[in-house]
Design a protein around this ligand. Structure first.
Ligand code: ADP
Ligand code: MG
Length: 644
């Protein structure tokens, strides 16, 4: 099929030439996508003929259409054939010689002009540079085409940017066959693989699995010769079978009612290579603002690299059943980065680039709607399947809380009702809304305490009195928790009734009634001199020493007077940053505890020893908070000094 003598070489239009040159030097890193492009063109061509048949009653049925792929290693050719609408001589020149002149686009306009417009034209691609991608892997491309209902057929042929020829050929059946003369391997570029059956099969499952027409190819497999099966020398022979390589109907296009949980689970496991079933499935089909189908999954467990920089969030992006991006990160907000799945939209062009996508208005609309859908699914689960939600929370709750913190207020409204924390009164995870409805009359704040474990927090000195007075406390056990609540700042039905979050490990939490308050003030005033000596002994380790009524059986506790609590200090100091901010610590002493009398005694008799006591009590308070003592050896010495 080489160029005949005398056939004139026609020049490409300037912009086509430029595009072709780009393709030859490859703008795509994944040259393999050429196959996807050609298959999707073939599929478009069959769509066109099918619609034509419907509008003109030609009596063709969908089942007649197919795409065949034929690799020929000897000739180094790969041929893709369809029995779609085909192209006339004129169309070959116009469609393949000029870009930005999308045939599919014009086809649609023509059909729209005719009175009877067949439904669902949206499947047809809109605009693109697809065909030229063939030149990424081929040094020469031949397109043989015969339009449906026309008796002539033509061959378009090109060896690159120099130009192309069009000449008549023997007409066979309608449709188009595209033959690529595959480039020779060069340096690190390997082209041979595009002639391998298994590579082709993989590419089709990867990119074109859901093309709605069968993609067929002869597959060779080695089979045992039956007559030799029993013998000592079993022999094998190559058998060739035509196989359909794609599964054709995308599961996300099916109706929910047709699908069983099992179908979703099998799909998830195969597609996302997880051997555990997903925790939940979200299957959306929307029309209106954005037309798309989405099939999303929440995994049971976080992938091993989930909380590392290596983890890449994103959903697969399809345009009318053809995959255009493996991981589109713009579709998922960080706080839902654990969701896996795909989105298929007819509103997106097949050839849209990553850069263009970021600014695509339609994609933004879809992303917004997806975020809403995930959120409402989670809320539903929280409301009606608490156990399931708790399981989800165990795997990904941390990420949602990070979402609040990293959003600097922007995600507060979206995420606040998804948060759950351990409650002192329920001994289970509770939502903020549930907490608020249980609050005592005139309760001023939503109380929380932070620590390493529930048990540890529960035995904090500060917790005791609050619990005695009937207040519910949220127990925060994860590093991000307190930062998350500080970002939220308050919670309530509306701004007016909203209550601030308060750490009961902070110095300004006061659940004392008026008479108690007076009493505390008096004790503190009376003990000023004593407290000053202790403060002096502790130096800049603490911001203040005071007598408090918030303790019941414990001698001391540590609180903080600024926004930064001791627990936050602990988190920050464990992080690999320079932010070694310190909490303003306050040592609180229980006036009802015998230790207080002892301190008063020491003040009158042995001020030096009072200093030692202050230091020991301070270190004990640190230990209770789960903080390391500052100088363990010295602390041990001092303790021992009191024991002997
Ligand atoms: P797009 O598919 O986005 O229009 P392409 O560069 O992929 O852009 O294809 C250009 C045009 O060539 C198509 O619009 C179509 O009119 C025509 N074409 C390509 N392949 C075929 C085919 N297999 N059968 C019929 N027409 C085709
Ligand atoms: Mg195309």
């Amino acid at each position: 099929m080489s160029k005949k003598e005398g056939t004139p070489l026609k020049a490409f239009k300037a912009e086509s030439k430029r595009l072709l040159e780009l393709m030859i030097n490859s703008i795509y890193t994944h040259k393999e996508i050429f196959l996807r492009e050609l298959i999707s063109n073939a599929s478009d061509a069959m769509d066109k003929l099918y619609y034509k048949s419907m509008s003109e009653n030609l009596g063709l049925s969908r089942g007649e259409f197919e795409i065949t792929i034929h690799p020929d290693k000897k000739e180094r050719t790969l041929t893709i054939t369809d029995n779609g609408i085909g192209m006339t001589k004129d169309e070959l020149e116009k469609n393949l010689g000029v870009i930005a002149q999308s045939g599919t686009l014009r086809f649609r306009d023509d059909l729209n002009k005719s009175a009877e417009t067949p439904e669902d034209l949206s499947v047809i691609g809109q605009f693109g540079v697809g065909f030229y991608s063939a030149f990424m892997v081929a040094k020469k491309v031949i397109v043989k085409s015969k339009q449906y209902g026309v008796d002539e057929a033509f061959i378009w042929s090109s060896e690159g940017a120099d130009g192309y020829t069009v000449e008549p050929c023997e007409p066979e059946s309608h449709g188009t066959s595209i033959t690529l003369f595959i480039k020779e391997n060069a340096d690190d570029e390997r082209y041979d693989e595009f002639l391998e059956q298994y590579r082709i099969k993989n590419l089709i499952t990867k990119y074109s699995d859901y093309i709605r027409y069968p993609i067929k190819m002869e597959m060779t497999s080695s089979k045992l010769k039956e007559e030799t099966a029993e013998s000592d020398n079993p022999e094998y022979e190559d058998t060739v079978e035509v196989k359909t390589l794609n599964s054709m109907v995308p599961i996300w296009k099916k109706n929910k009612s047709e699908l069983k949980n099992e179908d979703y689970h099998d799909f998830y496991k195969a597609k996302f290579m997880d051997y555990t079933e997903p925790h939940s499935v979200i299957h959306d089909k929307t029309e209106g603002g954005a037309t798309y189908s989405a099939l999303m999954f929440i995994p049971k467990k976080a992938p091993f690299d989930y909380y590392t920089k290596e983890y890449e969030k994103g959903l697969q992006l399809y345009s009318s059943g053809v995959m255009i991006m493996e991981k589109c990160s713009d579709l998922l907000p960080d706080h839902f980065s654990f969701v896996r799945g795909l989105v298929d939209s007819e509103d997106l062009s097949l050839n849209i680039s990553r850069e263009m996508l970021q600014h695509d208005r339609q994609l933004k609309v879809i992303a917004k709607s997806i975020e809403r859908s995930i959120r409402s699914e989670l809320k539903k689960m929280l409301r009606s399947e608490r156990e399931k939600y708790v399981e989800f929370w165990g795997a990904f709750g941390t990420q949602v809380k990070f979402g609040v913190y990293n959003g600097f207020g922007q995600n507060n409204d979206a995420l606040k009702d998804l948060l759950v924390f351990h409650s002192s009164s329920e001994n289970a995870l509770t939502t903020l809304d549930e907490y608020v409805t249980r609050m005592k009359e005139n309760q001023e704040a939503i109380y929380y305490a932070a620590g390493d474990t529930i048990q540890r927090i529960d035995s904090l000195p500060q917790v005791e009195t609050l619990k005695d007075k009937g207040f519910e406390i949220l127990y925060l056990t994860e590093n991000v928790d307190e930062f998350c609540l500080q970002m939220l700042a308050q919670y309530g039905k509306d701004d007016e009734s909203a209550k601030p979050f308060k750490s009961i490990q902070s110095a300004d939490v006061d659940v004392a009634d008026e008479s108690e308050k007076d009493e505390i003030k008096k004790i503190n005033d009376d003990s000023k001199a004593l407290l000053d000596v202790m403060k002096e002994a502790l130096g800049d380790k603490i911001a203040d020493v005071k007598v408090s009524k918030r303790l019941k059986t414990h001698p001391v506790c540590l609180t903080s007077s600024g926004l930064l609590t001791t627990q936050m200090e602990k988190v920050l100091s464990a992080m690999p940053t320079d932010n070694k901010a310190k909490a303003d610590k306050v040592l609180e002493i229980n006036s009802g505890h015998p230790i207080f009398e002892k301190l008063q005694f020491l003040y009158d008799n042995d001020k030096e020893k009072l200093g030692v006591y202050a230091d020991i009590l301070y270190n004990q308070a640190l230990l209770i908070e789960g903080m390391p003592v500052e100088n363990p050896a010295e602390f041990a010495q001092k303790m021992c000094g009191l024991m002997i």
